[in-house]
Design a protein around this ligand. Structure first.
Ligand code: APR
Ligand code: ZN
Ligand code: ZN
Length: 349
């Protein structure tokens, strides 16, 4: 990635121009930057942001100039089968994008070649031009550098617990992978009143953070993690959440279940890789499911998460490892590759 000037169009009728205050560097960005997942180029990555509304189009009613907002890549149309059945995160309707006959939202120079908007946002930038259904206004008391994390990692982790797994009070949960997403899942499970919450990660510092956020037990992952989990929980957990993005950890999630348990795969497993499961385990009514961005309904979820933070129940402060400038974005990606720290958050002065 190189830091360059890009032209941003004026808001169309349903678009919102946002001055970015902060944007988190997420592992999903790394998947696209490293080419594990495809994306159209050239592009501006970044998708975990918060900012202030600077201008709105003529038909925008959900936000006003001056509103603090959190963005979300799950732009929803509000009319398709998925939207009207309450599954907003599955909407892929093109109406939230500009048509190919219209001038692009982003371009290299005025009237020049388009810059593809990444995940409906392109947030590693001072300014974002998004559909009004890709952002949510929030309580002005919310600090924006921590608000940014709610837009992806926290919405994903917490949404997985509440919307996808639907963890009930007292149920046991294993969270595999304690990065931004996994730690948010642990925190959400604790808020819900889950029973035992077992954190799994190879990095001891991550396990320490996991305890701080509500894990009751920790397992440093290695060769015999599945056996350790089964022993520790006396036969498995009700819910196992895969928050890494690997086939081996998806399989581990399934193996960590008790009879009737559900594994939820949150991480982005590279295309072409296959998950292998012992077929006879389905007779024990074990289930495995995917969840996209916490199966979010972000206009409802984001204000609730902000509220949990402001009431001291959601710990976002521990997730931010460092605040950096846009120029250090490549270094932050490097840190994700080596995998030791939690979140780098880019802030704009
Ligand atoms: N078992 C358990 N944990 C592991 C393993 C493993 N085999 N390998 C890596 N991890 C841990 C890392 O140590 C790290 O703490 O998984 C965590 C991943 O955290 P981040 O890199 O911060 O990733 P995060 O942003 O939380 O995203 C997790 O969800 O949205 C997707 O694309 C994202 O696939 C990624 C996943
Ligand atoms: Zn993300
Ligand atoms: Zn839709």
């Amino acid at each position: 990635m190189a830091v360059e000037d890009v032209q941003v169009a004026s808001p169309g009728p349903r678009e919102v121009l946002i001055r970015t205050a902060a944007v988190g560097v997420c592992r999903s960005d790394l998947h696209f930057v490293d080419g594990t997942y495809p994306t159209a180029l050239p592009t501006v990555p970044g998708h975990e942001a918060a900012g202030i509304v600077e201008a709105v189009g003529s038909e925008v009613h959900r936000v006003r100039v001056g509103d603090p907002v959190i963005t979300c890549l799950s732009a929803f149309c509000g009319q398709c089968e998925f939207c009207v059945t309450g599954r907003l995160s599955l909407c892929v309707d093109e109406s939230t994008k500009r048509r190919s006959t219209e001038p692009p939202r982003l371009s290299l120079a005025a009237g020049g070649d388009p810059v593809h908007q990444y995940l409906n946002l392109s947030a590693f930038a001072e300014t974002m031009l998004v559909h009004e259904h890709a952002c949510q206004s929030i309580d002005p008391a919310m600090p924006l550098d921590r608000a940014a994390l709610i837009g992806c990692a926290v919405l994903t982790g917490a949404g997985t617990v509440w919307n996808a797994a639907k963890v009930q009070p007292g149920e046991t949960v294993a969270v595999i992978g304690c990065g931004g997403v996994g730690l948010a899942a642990i925190n959400a499970a604790a808020i819900t009143g889950a029973g035992r919450i077992v954190a799994v990660d190879p990095v001891p510092e991550k396990l320490e953070l996991a305890r701080k956020l509500g894990a009751t037990d920790t397992v440093q992952s290695g060769e015999h993690t599945a056996e350790e989990l089964l022993q520790l929980t006396r036969g498995g957990v009700d819910h196992a959440l895969e928050c890494v993005g690997r086939t081996s950890t998806a399989e581990l999630a399934f193996h960590a279940l008790k009879r009737g348990g559900t594994a939820t795969v949150v991480g982005m497993i590279p295309p072409g890789e296959e998950v292998k499961l012992p077929g006879w385990h389905f007779l024990a009514e074990k289930k495995i499911q995917g969840s996209l961005l916490g199966s979010n309904r972000f206009p409802v979820d984001i204000p609730r998460l902000v509220d949990f933070y402001l009431r001291g129940k959601l710990d976002l402060d521990s997730l931010v490892a460092e605040r950096i400038g846009l120029g250090q974005v490549n270094e932050a990606m490097g840190k994700l590759r080596s995998g030791d720290s939690v979140r780098s958050v880019i802030t704009f002065g």
